[in-house]
Write a new protein. Structure first.
Length: 256
């Protein structure tokens, strides 16, 4: 049984360098164990802000925190750490959290707006992080030529479940950072088999409902990096309750 003592992203990189020297047929078990060592990130303590927009989309002078809509880039941070890539903004003055660094480095923009529905007051926010092109632009900016990002948006959790399982397991064994989005929310996959998967949810812990998901107010706090979203388990059978297919986006980060 492989047991790895990992305390930092730099140590993840050291193990990856070692694993890559092993015969190809021996690498999968090492990578699967390394997936369990990636640090957890809580999106609810993120510090990124954007200017609030009015009902017609015009920016005001008021800044608002957008941590609660940053599940995507927070999961991207965890995926990049699985690749042994440390936060390039850690030594900034002041230092930025990894996910805030990713948000800062997004260069792609989309001409639509993302409505922050939890506020239920019509506020609109830049939505570039919601799109694969947005996340990819940040990764390309921070790690030029080092990372390949692939996004599958054609899979549905009821009709393509065997294909989803196979894809996730394949990419985990290759040492990729794997994140998935169900009903519009991203999580990082830690491990996966035919029965279910372990995952890190940067926002909290939700249950599957017949039409999507429900948080039941089971959220992370905003003062600590730890939270109830860390290292949870989901059975594939949980999705049998769905009354209609829902897209299950699979996005994986691979070192070139």
């Amino acid at each position: 049984m492989i047991c790895l003592a990992v305390r930092s992203v730099s140590e993840i990189k050291e193990y990856r360098d070692y694993i890559e020297k092993l015969p190809e047929e021996e690498r999968a078990d090492w990578y699967l164990e390394l997936q369990k060592k990636v640090p957890y990130h809580n999106q609810r303590n993120n510090e990124s802000t954007l200017f609030k927009k009015d009902s017609i989309g015009k920016e005001t002078t008021q800044k608002v925190n957008i941590g609660d809509v940053m599940c995507n880039v927070t999961c991207t941070a965890m995926a990049l750490e699985m690749l042994g890539l440390s936060n390039p903004c850690a030594n900034d003055i002041p230092p930025l959290q990894y996910e805030d660094c990713i948000e800062k480095n997004i260069t792609w923009e989309h001409d639509t707006t993302f409505k922050y529905k939890p506020l239920n007051d019509g506020n609109q926010y830049d939505d570039a992080r919601e799109w694969p092109q947005g996340r990819r632009s940040a990764v390309d900016s921070m790690f030029v030529g080092k990372v390949e990002v692939t996004t599958r948006t054609d899979l549905k959790v009821t009709t393509h479940i065997d294909e989803i399982k196979a894809l996730i397991m394949e990419r985990l064994k290759l040492g990729d950072g794997v994140i998935v989005s169900y009903a519009g929310h991203f999580i990082r996959i830690i491990s996966c088999d035919d029965n279910g998967y372990y995952y890190d949810d940067p926002y909290g812990k939700y249950t599957i409902t017949s039409t999507g998901r429900d948080w039941n107010r089971n959220y992370n706090g905003k003062t600590s990096e730890e939270g109830v979203g860390q290292n949870n388990y989901r059975s594939w059978s949980d999705f049998k309750i769905l009354v209609k297919p829902i897209i299950f986006t699979v996005e994986y980060y691979h070192l070139k």
